[in-house]
Design a protein around this ligand. Structure first.
Ligand code: P1T
Length: 393
């Protein structure tokens, strides 16, 4: 499946399996070959067959970029060595003195990049609650004449807050700023930020896109070709590119994204229900729950509510640490979005870099990446761990 017209007519699952992916014209191989070459023969000086040097472009990477750009409805897709390398390329479009509005509950590494790397280089920032609770008013209050970029993460990591992408994009565009949406938690299967008005989509491909905890990667999907060209310049000039094997692994993961996400959503919804009814738990964050402040927006802009759930233990950090060490099907580990279920303590693990800042997370919070195992096993495992924590308090 090659032509964009043809691709546009096909469904998501078909495009995930076929766009950019052969059969290989020389051998008929039904999956793209992993092209390890770092350099490519030229027919004459200045005449090559599409590839010169593998930092600038590589056929396996091109297949991944074409496929993911199509799934996000983008004019251009760019693969990076990690989610943070992709984010860094976006921040390179700014100039000293520019200002970024970003979520008050962003992933800790995104905050660290904006604050500790780009702050000293002259980029200002303000954390804002742009979710259903804070809304557009928060965005307006934080706006400066120098605001050039609005960074959205929805659902957010780790509080699963939901931002109305269409409303934030309309407001930001009316003031001349670019809107970036981190679509890592939702994936293009559940949410299409470019269609809702965003300019750039960011992914940690390490998560649901790869889907099997065996590859680190990042991705940008861009609506406008000029902006795509600027970002492609940084991709090549800075060189934070993925290797061909990593591209292949993400491409393979994407083929099953839709069916994995359906199961992640179903299992997470059952887990959120259990947590809501357990006396050890004081608060559950899951956009699929009617009690979630962003539920209505999530219903409007998402196909399903995703596989991530976080919750607060009524007895605080001691109980949270007890739950984190007591599960056996849920593995205690950072990261998320793969087939196996993971549990972690954001305050001491993934979001430790936010300590002392406005983004610091509740020490009683636990985050779950709900995998695609048998749902009864997940519920039994959690219930046992929660009962233990309950006995402690
Ligand atoms: O780890 P990397 O591929 O560089 O992606 C960074 C990143 C970007 N955006 C979001 C929403 C993320 O969750 C991440 C990485 N997050 C974790 C490793 C974690 O455990 O939360």
């Amino acid at each position: 499946m090659k032509g964009p017209g043809e691709a546009a007519r096909a469904g998501f699952e078909t495009r995930a399996i076929h766009v950019g992916q052969g059969p290989d014209p020389t051998t008929g191989a039904v999956v793209p070959p992993v092209s390890f070459a770092t350099t490519f023969a030229q027919d004459a000086v200045g005449h090559h067959r599409g590839y010169e040097y593998a930092r600038s472009g590589n056929p396996t990477r091109a297949a991944l970029e074409e496929c993911l750009a199509d799934l996000e409805g983008a004019a251009r897709g760019l693969a990076f060595a990690s989610g943070l390398a992709a984010e860094d390329a976006v921040l390179r479009t700014l100039r000293p003195g520019d200002h970024v509005i970003f979520p008050h509950d962003a992933y800790g590494g995104t905050f660290r990049l904006i604050d500790k790397v780009w702050g000293p280089a002259g980029i200002g920032h303000t954390p804002v609650d742009m979710s259903a609770t804070g809304g557009i008013d928060g965005l307006r209050r934080a706006w400066l004449d120098s605001t050039r970029l609005v960074w959205v993460e929805t659902p957010s990591n780790p509080l699963l807050s939901v931002v109305d992408i269409a409303a934030v994009s309309a407001e930001a565009h009316s003031r001349g700023a670019v809107v970036v949406v981190d679509n890592t938690f939702a994936t293009p299967y559940l949410q299409q930020p470019l269609e809702l008005g965003a300019d750039i989509v960011v992914h940690s491909a390490t998560k649901y896109l790869g889907g099997h905890s065996d590859v680190v990667g990042g991705f940008l999907a861009v609506a406008d070709t000029d902006l795509g060209d600027r970002l492609a310049f940084f991709q090549n000039a800075v060189g934070g590119v993925p290797g061909p094997m990593d591209c292949y692994l993400v491409l393979r993961g994407v083929k099953t994204l839709a069916i994995r996400m359906d199961r992640h959503c179903a299992n997470a919804s059952a887990v959120a229900g259990l947590l809501e009814s357990h006396p050890a738990v004081s608060r559950v964050h899951y956009p699929g729950l009617r009690s979630h402040p962003g539920h209505d927006v999530a219903v409007r802009q998402m196909r399903g509510f995703g596989g991530m759930v976080s919750f607060v233990l009524a007895a605080g950090e001691r109980a949270a640490l007890e739950v984190a060490r007591s599960t056996s099907v849920f593995t205690l580990a950072e990261s998320l979005g793969a087939v196996e279920s993971l549990i972690e303590h954001p305050h001491r693990m993934t979001h430790a870099s936010t300590a002392g800042s406005a983004l610091q997370v509740d020490p009683g919070l636990i985050r779950l990446s709900v995998g695609i195992e048998t749902v009864g096993d997940l519920l039994d495992d959690l219930e046992r761990a929660l009962d233990r924590a309950q006995r402690l308090s």
